[in-house]
Design a protein around this ligand. Structure first.
Ligand SMILES: C[S@@+](CC[C@H](N)C(=O)[O-])C[C@H]1O[C@@H](n2cnc3c(N)ncnc32)[C@H](O)[C@@H]1O
Length: 223
């Protein structure tokens, strides 16, 4: 890698460390993305960041091609819409986007792959704008992390998924050990399974999810 490329890598890595830094409020996280939106895709392009591609592949794994056009999907933490593009290319046509950042959602809107937008945080609280049992798939790429989607929001993702629908997400594997999730996120996933709320279909650890870092990809089915 030449010096310029090395400098770019360091700058992006610093930016990511900043947005996922412990102690940020959710509003600070949202505002960081708004200042990043214009160049986000130059920096988190598919050569470096595989989250959207991996999440879309899992969506295809649970919905056969013949049913994709009619499946209703919510992309949580949709950002600039990288996952929406992947989903549309794979035959999904009813995709909604949720993200708290106006600027990120503007970029997503310009892609013309989403039918509806929610400018909101997902959290432990119920979204007043989304009924329960609505979506065939609730999916997120890169939305899980310190200061981003809180662990307790898994309940809300499940609530708005229809019975026998799927909750799918891709994230950096090392984020499981960040303070907010360590001993919490996977413990909650297991508790939700033990109480019969959902069933884990898979957890894959994948290499080179973000540059040389591993990713974790989860697929759950609502019971
Ligand atoms: C790393 S970006 C991922 C964007 C896109 N899904 C992708 O893969 O490129 C993280 C996104 O999460 C959004 N975000 C942060 N906290 C959130 C929350 N509580 N609920 C929903 N989205 C959130 C940010 O605004 C940002 O757009």
């Amino acid at each position: 890698m030449d010096n310029n490329a090395l400098g770019d890598e360091r700058m992006i890595s610093d930016k990511l460390k900043y947005v996922y830094r412990p102690g940020h409020t959710k509003e600070e996280v949202r505002d960081s993305y708004s200042t990043w939106a214009d160049i986000y895709e130059n920096e988190l392009n598919p050569d470096r960041y595989k989250g959207p591609v991996l999440a879309a592949i899992e969506c295809c794994g649970v919905i056969p091609e013949s049913r994709r056009a009619n499946a209703l999907v919510l992309d949580v933490a949709a950002g600039t819409g990288l996952l929406g593009i992947e989903m549309q290319q794979k035959g999904f046509k009813n995709i909604h986007a949720l993200d708290p950042s106006t600027k990120m959602l503007e970029k997503a809107r310009a892609k013309k792959v989403y039918q509806k937008f929610f400018r909101e945080f997902i959290s432990e609280e119920q979204l007043s704008t989304v009924d329960e049992d609505t979506y065939d798939i609730v999916v997120s790429s890169g939305g899980m992390g310190q200061g981003h989607i809180p662990a307790g929001a898994l309940w809300e993702m499940l609530r708005i998924t229809r019975k026998e629908g799927f909750v799918i997400f891709s994230m950096r594997e090392e984020y499981l050990r960040h303070p907010e999730y360590d001993g919490v996120l996977e413990a909650l996933m297991n508790k939700m399974e033990e109480t019969g709320k959902w069933r884990k279909i898979k957890k894959n650890v994948v290499p080179n999810y973000y540059a040389e870092k591993d990713g974790a990809v989860y697929v759950f089915k609502k019971e």
